[in-house]
Structure formats: structure tokens, C-alpha cells
Design a protein around this ligand. Structure first.
Ligand code: 13P
Length: 251
């Protein structure tokens, strides 16, 4: 059985004061015990959030990490080993905002994926199509290619310690959510692609859906057989809303 997971990606949001408030709100939630809950603050606030959530059963991850595993001369970057050392468990790799706005290529993302695993972090690989790609009927091809770019280099076993988040770009921050069936269709295709190489890895990997998930639509999405939880943006900035989404994953 795969453990459901709900992850909150805070993106580039937060001040010292708002992070204190959000962290306290999260700490006061009563969370379902069977759900892995994680938050991904801006790196500036990671230590503050780890301290604030101590003993609360919520994991912390980073939104990005360096292409090299160990600390060293790489100005402006944070090494995955540094993130692991302060207590991070996960790191996002390949969020569409980084692919599109920063211009991160599959090659760079592969380096980040490998460096994260070498440092003991679990990468959360984000994949998804744009609206133009969906309208052109290329969704499964695009998502399949993004997944293959990792499998082809590191092999299928790399997904024994990774999470995959399917985030259609057109659903991110737009209020447009993929319907449960649309999301399920892509998740099933992802799992099938993995199963063609290794059935056990495919059965075990958590596939999260991301894109305008909120408390009101979470239960329906998480009820689909290949959707194991969510990667939540805007709604993760409100502790009560996020808590309701976590509970939806527990039912
Ligand atoms: P929203 O939930 O704000 O649409 O963002 C989704 C996302 O990009 C999470 O990584």
C-alpha cells in the first residue's frame, strides 16, 4: 500500500512574521496519522520552519537545490547535503516555474535529481504539460518524455526513492483544476510507463497531483486509484485549508 502524501509548496511567499504564524497554525493542526505531510518553505526560512515544527510529524523539504551534492564554491546555491544536514527530507526538482522562468533543462534537472539522492534527500520530480501541449493532444508524450529523461540516465530503480508530482502547467495558480478523470488518466500512464520497466517500483512510487488543489476538490482527486495525494501551492499558505486537504488524503 502506498502512503498518501500531501506537500505544501510555499513558493516565493513569506516574511519572518507570516512564517511564524503559518508554522504555528500547522503545528496546531490535528493531522491524519496515515498521511505523509510535508512543507517546502523558501530556503531562507527552512531552519525556522524545522525548529517551529519539531515533534509535529510534518516533514520539511526545499524547493530547489544545487547540481552538486556537497558544499563548496558555488555562489548562490544550497547543496542538498546542507539541506539534509539541517533536517530536510525532500527537494522539489523540475517545478514548471523553474523549467519555464529560470530555464532549467532536463540535463540540469537530472544533475539536481542525482545530487539530491546522493545526499540522502528524496527528490519530488515535477512534470506536466502546458495548455498548448494539452490542446495539441501531446499531454502523454510530453509527460512521458520528462519522465524518460530521468529513467534513461539513472534507470528505473532511481524511482524507488523518489516522488513524482504531475502538475499540468495550465492548472497551476489559475483556479483551473484537471478533472479527477483527466488527472487519473495521466497518473495511470505514468505508472504504466514505470511498470514497463519495473512493476514493483511502479506500485510503490507516490504520484501526487498538483494544480489548484483546495479543500473543496481534494477528496475527489485523491479518491482516484493512481492519485496518492497532492502538491499544493496557494492553498498551502493557509494552515486550516492545508489541514483540510491533508484530512481529505487520509479518508
Ligand atoms: P497552486 O496550488 O497554487 O495551483 O500551485 C500548484 C503548484 O505549483 C504546487 O507546486
Amino acid at each position: 500500500m502506498r502512503r498518501p502524501m500531501v506537500a505544501g509548496n510555499w513558493k516565493m511567499h513569506g516574511t519572518r512574521a507570516s512564517v511564524v504564524e503559518l508554522t504555528q497554525g500547522l503545528g496546531n493542526l490535528s493531522l491524519p496519522s496515515g498521511v505523509e505531510v510535508a512543507v517546502f518553505p523558501p530556503s531562507l526560512f527552512i531552519n525556522q520552519v524545522i525548529d517551529g515544527l519539531e515533534g509535529k510529524g510534518i516533514s520539511v523539504g526545499a524547493q530547489n537545490s544545487a547540481v552538486l551534492p556537497e558544499q563548496g564554491a558555488l555562489t548562490g546555491e544550497v547543496a542538498p547535503s546542507q539541506l539534509a544536514e539541517v533536517g530536510c527530507k525532500y527537494v522539489l526538482v523540475g517545478h514548471s516555474e523553474r523549467r519555464q522562468v529560470i530555464g532549467e533543462s532536463d540535463e540540469v534537472l537530472n544533475q539536481k535529481f542525482a545530487a539530491a539522492q546522493q545526499s540522502g534527500l528524496t527528490p519530488v520530480l515535477c512534470i506536466g504539460e502546458t495548455l498548448a501541449e494539452r490542446e495539441a493532444g501531446e499531454t502523454l508524450e510530453v509527460v512521458g518524455r520528462q519522465l524518460s529523461s530521468v529513467i534513461d540516465v539513472f534507470g528505473i530503480k532511481a524511482f524507488a526513492n523518489a516522488v513524482i508530482a504531475y502538475e499540468p502547467v495550465w492548472a497551476i495558480g489559475t483556479g483551473l483544476t484537471a478533472s479527477p478523470q483527466q488527472a487519473q488518466d495521466v497518473h495511470a500512464a505514468i505508472r504504466k510507463q514505470l511498470a514497463a520497466k519495473d512493476a514493483e517500483v511502479a506500485e510503490g512510487v507516490q504520484l501526487l497531483y498538483g494544480g489548484s488543489v483546495k479543500a473543496a476538490n481534494a477528496a475527489e482527486l485523491f479518491g482516484m486509484p493512481d492519485i496518492d495525494g497532492g502538491l499544493i501551492g496557494g492553498a498551502s499558505l493557509n494552515a486550516d485549508e492545508f489541514g483540510a486537504i491533508c484530512r481529505a488524503a487520509g479518508n
